[in-house]
Design a protein around this ligand. Structure first.
Ligand code: XMP
Length: 326
């Protein structure tokens, strides 16, 4: 039997009741699989790994150790939320790794997008493996694989799924949501009591803000991406666009232009706003943001984000453009 085919007995999960049945069943399954063994999980804070963490916490509690790697390319507030939800509220074993300097040092001066992705992916695995090596007696590795990952590639997801661990660090996989589609994972997350902004979160690339700080990443531009993204998300939430627009974010290219501030000429970065609708990311259309809201977001970014003197709105659909800028 191919154990990568969704079982026919698994009904489509659309209601909280169905999600609760799934959760009860998975808790039994996980306890059977794991026994009194120890499990390790790379917890990014994305919906898939968060749901797997919450399921494992319910099933095996402190036998689970979560590792949250902060690579410096997460959105504003994300590492804090992971700590708050999983360590403080759910009482999980959570190792928080501040790897910001390490990632940014490795990325310094690297402008090729694929090279950046490779460095982020490799560094992530190295950091995770180092943490795993410090722990004794781990037998299982939790993974947030979902069904589309299996359908697309028979398995390997972005760097968050730690497929390339070194020899000697091989674990038995625990993949409780591997037969679920994204919308089903969200319903299960909701039933598990995870916060809405974690459950209904927009797609976020594995290399994070790194691909939105176009060109070689510098700390000042990275902060400009993070701060402008936070303003955009805040304004979208306040104006009923959160959960309605498929993906929205800001980009700060490695390019400066002239501006004027307090009567003095400036030569600073610009922020690009991108807001797109899509079904599966293969094509995307532009969200028609109301002009008054665009003005408000622009004014706030210009007033609040250091080093920025210009804001643009990207009207390019996919194709011809891609959703991300690199
Ligand atoms: P593009 O830019 O190719 O993006 O139109 C399509 C979708 O994929 C996301 N994306 C990534 N996700 N690792 C990821 O996990 C990546 O390297 C990556 N690059 C793009 C992008 O955010 C969009 O949702």
């Amino acid at each position: 039997m191919n154990n990568n085919v969704r079982p026919e007995s698994l009904e489509r999960i659309t209601t909280l009741e169905q999600a609760n049945d799934f959760i009860a069943e998975q808790i039994g399954e996980l306890r059977r699989q794991i026994g009194d063994g120890k499990v390790l999980l790379a917890l990014s804070g994305g919906v898939d790994s968060s749901v797997v963490a919450a399921l494992l916490i319910k099933a095996v509690g402190k036998q689970l150790t979560c590792v949250h790697v902060n690579h410096g390319l997460l959105r504003k507030g994300e590492p804090e939320q992971v700590i708050e939800v999983f360590r403080n509220q759910m009482d999980a074993n959570l190792i928080y790794v501040d790897a910001v300097d390490r990632f940014l040092d490795k990325l310094a001066g690297v402008s090729d997008p694929e090279q950046k992705r490779k460095i982020i992916g490799k560094e992530f695995i190295d950091v995770f493996a180092e943490e795993a090596e410090k722990l004794d007696g781990i037998r299982f590795l939790g993974q947030g694989t979902i069904y589309p990952d299996i359908l697309e590639s028979e398995g390997v997801k972005s760097h968050h799924n730690v497929g390339g661990l070194p020899e000697g660090l091989q674990f038995e996989l625990v993949e409780p949501v591997k037969f679920l589609y994204k919308d089903e994972v969200r319903v299960v997350g909701k039933a598990l009591g995870l916060p809405d902004n974690m459950v209904y979160r927009q797609p976020f690339p594995g290399p994070g803000l790194g691909v939105r700080c176009v060109g070689a990443i510098t700390r000042d531009r990275l902060e400009a991406v993070r701060e402008s993204d936070a303003i955009l998300r805040e304004e979208f939430a306040a104006n009923g666009l959160e959960g309605k627009v498929w993906q929205y974010f800001t980009i700060v290219p490695d390019f400066r232009s002239t501006g004027i501030k307090d009567g003095k000429r400036t030569f600073e970065w610009f922020v690009v706003i991108r807001a797109v609708n899509s079904i599966d990311a293969t094509a995307a259309t532009i969200e028609e943001i109301p002009y008054p809201l665009l003005h408000k977001i622009t004014d706030r970014i210009l007033a609040e984000v250091p080093g920025v003197n210009r804001v643009l709105y990207d009207l390019s659909p996919k194709p011809v453009s891609t959703i991300e800028w690199e």
